[in-house]
Write a protein that binds this ligand. Structure first.
Ligand code: ARG
Length: 475
């Protein structure tokens, strides 16, 4: 007999059981469900809704069920539909009819909303820590490369030289925004919906704040209908995750390009590459390729969740059971990628000489020649045209700008002097971008400091939350 079987005259069609059950995937919520139930039962006793003795029996039973599930000895069945009813059934098997008091003043609707929040805040902290790990790895490489010059690109055409540290720090700041988005969403995730009941609240004199405090929530949600219907926090997470994987995917693309023979800017460590079953010489950057590839599924989960929610009337609808797999998969996908990226970045070899050569054998100092002319009083637009002609001439002569003689330079403008050779040197070109956020070495060094300060702040925030949650005593 089903836990809700009283009103029914026949057993459910087996296909319906299988189709509507979520136990195959929502068992991921088991420990959070039990955590929530422990807080709920403690509140029921505290409010005098059930006896202390019953509460003790139920709590002990719940802990045994937790052990069974952890050990993999609990039988979870589709006929018990989802993790909530499976646990309740296991509890009743364990402690007898008194276990049936657990669900007093509660519905699966507020229960599942609670579990989702407990799961997601935990995942958020794990992802946050992995993000800071990746930022740290990028900063470490940046610090080792505050003098390494490589071409900066626009349109994937060499544009102006930059420091490798500058390039890597760009990603540190992207991941910083990602982290800030996650941290900001905390205040919307970390609120307790329990007590909303099925949709309208409950007739029992429960204490919602008690449960919220016990579970480490910052507050309770305001409106019971909204509490059971709200999955904004899932959407927000999926959106934040989409940006994380967008950034990872862009970095992946660069790593793939940079490790090609055509670029030869880096070599990923053997431990992070794979070979070919046929071509013995191959060393493939599978990890960044796969991360780039997995971007699609994360975006898909975001659109999937938004679409599930868009036409739903208040309050709970079974459609909402579709909130889980995409969220779980996104959490695993992001965690997997971040966990690999930090050590992969840390161990990659930087080919400084090849990077420098790509700068030296190019015209990416052309802007500096134009700026030089401007310093001598020539309007920028005119200077641009002069340099364009100089570059065209150089290409025809198969020379780079630094290989032109002073006489050749002066064919294009008389104001050019011998000091031009110093100005066009790649190092000088980089250091001339001496503006806040620019690529001059001292500006990049101060970006390192800024990044490290931000990193420290986020680490502190994460540690605080983790300590807070680990100190919860729920029994
Ligand atoms: N398995 C369900 C879900 O994930 C739990 C809530 C079910 N509520 C209900 N009224 N059928 O959404």
């Amino acid at each position: 007999m089903k836990l809700w079987g009283g009103r029914f005259t026949k057993p459910t069609n087996q296909l319906v059981d299988e189709y509507t059950a979520s136990i195959s995937f929502d068992q991921k919520l088991a420990m959070f469900d039990i955590q929530g139930s422990l807080a709920h039962v403690s509140m029921l006793a505290d409010c005098g809704i059930i006896s202390q003795d019953d509460a003790i029996v139920i709590s002990q039973g719940l802990k045994k069920v937790a052990k069974q599930i952890e050990a993999g000895t609990a039988e979870l069945t589709v006929s018990n539909e989802d993790i909530h009813m499976n646990i309740e059934k296991l509890l009743i098997d364990q402690v007898g009819a008194v276990g049936g008091k657990l669900h007093t003043g509660r519905s699966r609707n507020d229960q599942v909303a609670l579990d989702m929040r407990l799961y997601l805040r935990d995942a958020l902290l794990q992802i946050g820590q992995l993000l800071t790990g990746l930022q740290q790895a990028l900063i470490t490489q940046a610090k080792a490369n505050t003098e390494t010059i490589l071409p900066g690109y626009t349109h994937l055409q060499r544009a102006q030289p930059v420091l490798l540290a500058h390039h890597l720090l760009a990603y540190v700041f992207m991941f910083q925004r990602d982290l800030e988005r996650l941290m900001d969403s905390w205040k919307r995730i970390n609120r307790s919906p329990l007590g909303a009941g099925a949709l309208a609240g409950t007739t029992f004199a429960i204490d919602r704040e008690y449960v919220a405090t016990k579970l480490g929530f910052d507050s309770i949600t305001e409106n019971s209908l909204d509490s059971v219907s709200d999955r904004d926090f899932v959407v927000e997470f999926l959106a934040a995750a989409s940006l994380i994987i967008t950034h990872l995917s862009r970095l992946s693309e660069e790593l793939v390009q940079w490790s090609s023979a055509e670029f030869n800017f880096i070599e990923l460590d053997d431990a992070f590459c794979t070979g070919s079953s046929m071509m013995p010489q191959k060393k493939n950057p599978d990890v960044p390729e796969l991360v780039r590839g997995k971007t699609g599924r994360v975006y898909g989960h975001l659109i999937g969740m938004l679409t599930t929610l868009k036409g739903l009337p208040l309050a709970y609808n079974k459609d909402m059971q579709e909130d889980k797999e995409g969220m779980f998969d996104t959490v695993e996908t992001i965690k997997g990628a971040l966990a690999l990226f930090a050590p992969m970045i840390e161990t990659m070899q930087i080919h400084q000489k090849e990077m420098y050569q790509a700068v030296a054998q190019d015209y990416s100092n052309a802007t500096d020649l134009a700026d030089y002319l401007v310093q001598k009083g020539i309007p920028f637009r005119e200077a641009h045209a002069i340099v364009g002609q100089t570059v065209l001439y150089s290409i025809e002569q198969k020379k780079y700008l630094l290989e032109l003689s002073l006489g050749e330079f002066q064919q294009f403008s008389k104001v050019i002097n011998h000091d031009i050779y110093q100005v066009l040197d790649p190092k000088a070109v980089v250091n001339a971008r001496d503006v806040a956020g620019g690529t001059a070495q001292k500006r990049v060094e101060s970006q390192v400091e800024q990044a490290e300060a931000l990193l420290k702040q986020s680490q502190l925030w994460l540690e605080q939350k983790i300590t807070c949650l680990s100190q919860l005593t729920i029994t």
